[in-house]
Write a protein that binds this ligand. Sequence first.
Ligand code: F6R
Length: 266
Amino acid sequence: MEIIIADTQEEMSKIAADMIERQLLRKPSSVLGLATGSTPVGTYEQLVRRHKEEGLDFSKVITFNLDEYLDLSPSHEQSYRYFMDHHLFNHINVDPKNIHVPYGHAGEVEEFCEWYEDEIKRAGGIDVQILGIGADGHIAFNEPGSSLGSRTRLKTLTRQTIEDNARFFDNLDEVPRFAITMGVGTILEAKEIIILANGAKKAEIVAEAIEGPITAQVSASALQMHRQVTVIVDAEAGSKLKRADYYRWIFEEKKRLVPRLIGKVT
Ligand code: F6R
């Protein structure tokens, strides 16, 4: 894993946007795996700005979002589809038919999940997957105990996730209890993964996921098995990493000597 400790959230977002931009220049028809939540918002802002001011082209890009609440219509203001439209899709030139955000009703959820996995394969697999991390170590909605080989499926959210997400709803009772989510196994098949975290609240779990043992109790720890992962955190989220000095040193040396290798595991 490459671990980058940025000074600020803004720098974290910029490094991630640089990596995505490089990917799109290399392969304009890239398949991007996208996350919602507060963490990637700054990165999406950067991408929107680069599209508007510098012509960064998304016309051939295909996107797959990680997850969506069960039974929440795409027009619901708290749906992840609405979030993505608002923060990214409405402001770039992605072709609407290339956008995939899970959507399903309880009655047909298995068929939907199978179809979603097949669509990812038909698109040639995910080139770059963006992730955030939940306070309980989840990636997508793979709550503690999720199999490290899990595929897209229905998942019951933990009390903590429901409480964390209540800030977006009028009250706790309105937060959906179920979500459709890519599995840990689905995520690990992405060719490249970028995981972001910011703020002191994430410091403990970031250290556990990166420097602790690989365990289904911390889904993000499974990323240790992937060959091309970049972890980008701000100073607060990186504050509990035991080897922080070493990670900082690698980053500084790369910036000085081989900037094109930032985000490439070396
Ligand atoms: C969202 C997702 C979640 C979030 C995580 C962190 O699509 O998959 O795993 O990345 O809950 O959320 P924030 O960024 O709001 O702290």
